[in-house]
Design a protein around this ligand. Structure first.
Ligand code: FES
Length: 64
Protein backbone atom coordinates (compact mmCIF):
# COMPACT_ATOMS: atom_id res chain seq x y z
CA UNK A 1 0.00 0.00 0.00
CA UNK A 2 1.26 3.45 -0.85
CA UNK A 3 1.88 5.64 2.18
CA UNK A 4 3.71 8.53 0.56
CA UNK A 5 2.02 9.54 -2.67
CA UNK A 6 4.48 12.32 -3.41
CA UNK A 7 7.41 9.89 -3.52
CA UNK A 8 5.52 6.71 -4.42
CA UNK A 9 6.76 4.97 -1.25
CA UNK A 10 5.01 1.87 -0.02
CA UNK A 11 4.56 0.71 3.54
CA UNK A 12 6.95 -2.22 3.13
CA UNK A 13 9.84 -0.15 1.82
CA UNK A 14 9.23 2.48 4.49
CA UNK A 15 9.24 -0.24 7.16
CA UNK A 16 12.50 -1.66 5.78
CA UNK A 17 14.03 1.82 5.79
CA UNK A 18 12.64 2.39 9.28
CA UNK A 19 14.80 -0.29 10.87
CA UNK A 20 17.05 1.51 13.35
CA UNK A 21 15.90 4.85 11.96
CA UNK A 22 15.72 7.59 14.55
CA UNK A 23 13.68 10.09 12.62
CA UNK A 24 11.24 10.39 9.76
CA UNK A 25 13.97 12.25 7.87
CA UNK A 26 16.23 9.17 8.25
CA UNK A 27 13.58 7.01 6.61
CA UNK A 28 13.17 9.36 3.66
CA UNK A 29 16.93 9.68 3.25
CA UNK A 30 17.30 5.90 3.17
CA UNK A 31 14.61 5.77 0.50
CA UNK A 32 16.52 8.35 -1.52
CA UNK A 33 13.75 10.91 -1.27
CA UNK A 34 12.56 13.89 0.73
CA UNK A 35 9.17 14.77 2.17
CA UNK A 36 7.15 17.01 -0.12
CA UNK A 37 3.63 17.83 1.10
CA UNK A 38 4.11 16.29 4.55
CA UNK A 39 0.73 14.56 4.72
CA UNK A 40 2.33 11.15 5.20
CA UNK A 41 4.69 12.18 8.01
CA UNK A 42 2.44 10.97 10.86
CA UNK A 43 2.05 7.62 9.09
CA UNK A 44 5.80 7.30 8.55
CA UNK A 45 6.39 8.11 12.23
CA UNK A 46 3.89 5.38 13.13
CA UNK A 47 5.71 2.92 10.88
CA UNK A 48 8.99 3.69 12.69
CA UNK A 49 7.29 3.12 16.03
CA UNK A 50 5.74 -0.14 14.82
CA UNK A 51 9.13 -1.39 13.60
CA UNK A 52 10.74 -0.48 16.93
CA UNK A 53 8.01 -2.25 18.85
CA UNK A 54 8.30 -5.33 16.68
CA UNK A 55 12.10 -5.48 16.71
CA UNK A 56 12.95 -4.31 20.19
CA UNK A 57 9.85 -5.29 22.11
CA UNK A 58 9.29 -1.72 23.17
CA UNK A 59 5.71 -1.19 24.11
CA UNK A 60 3.82 1.80 25.23
CA UNK A 61 2.24 1.47 28.62
CA UNK A 62 -0.91 3.39 29.12
CA UNK A 63 -0.79 5.71 32.09
CA UNK A 64 -3.62 5.12 34.47
S1 FES B 1 2.54 12.10 0.78
FE1 FES B 1 4.53 11.93 1.57
S2 FES B 1 5.38 13.87 1.30
FE2 FES B 1 3.43 14.04 0.36
Amino acid sequence: MYICMCNALRDKELAAAGKDARTVADVFRRCGSRPQCGKCLPDVAQIIEDVRTREHGVQKIAAE
